[in-house]
Design a protein around this ligand. Sequence first.
Ligand code: HEC
Length: 152
Amino acid sequence: MLARCLFFAVAAGAMCAVTTGVSQAQADREELKLVTPPLSIHRNQIRPPAETLPVPAGFSRDHILHGDRVFHGEAANGQCSVCHGIDGKGTPNGNDLTAGMFVWSDGSVRELKRTILHNMAVAPGMDGDLKPADVDAVAAYVWAISHQTPSQ
Ligand code: HEC
């Protein structure tokens, strides 16, 4: 009798656990439907054409080409695109740098350079091994991707 009771108690407990497990998973799925997935997952991230991007005053095409390589992890161990996206349009880990509107600066190369240096302090170890010349180039590159014409 005792064994039988125990069996029922365990079976009921197991059923209870399974039932709550399922309904919890369902509730989680329902809740997830309310969350908009990050745009960076669904858009096709196209690398901006460094050969035709605008060049800011006082800089050359070489700066943009080098900045492009730094941004995409091909020089100075840059990690920018990991967080800001291959197209610079942002991911959940770093904001859109192409909108022409910046949170931390007026968007001039000088100010971008300052915020990039500041960002390196908030993302330690994730900003590569940038030397001053690399920072100049990547700042010019960020200016360039924020001044793309709509066709680019
Ligand atoms: C670990 C992720 C990460 C990496 C790597 C990273 N960033 Fe960022 N970046 C961020 C985040 C997050 C912010 C926003 C910080 C804030 O608002 O306080 C930001 C801010 C910026 C801003 C200022 C944007 C604004 O609206 O004013 C610039 C410019 C920038 N990053 C450029 C770069 C460049 C260039 C690199 C590569 C050298 C880089 N970032 C690497 C995450 C990252």
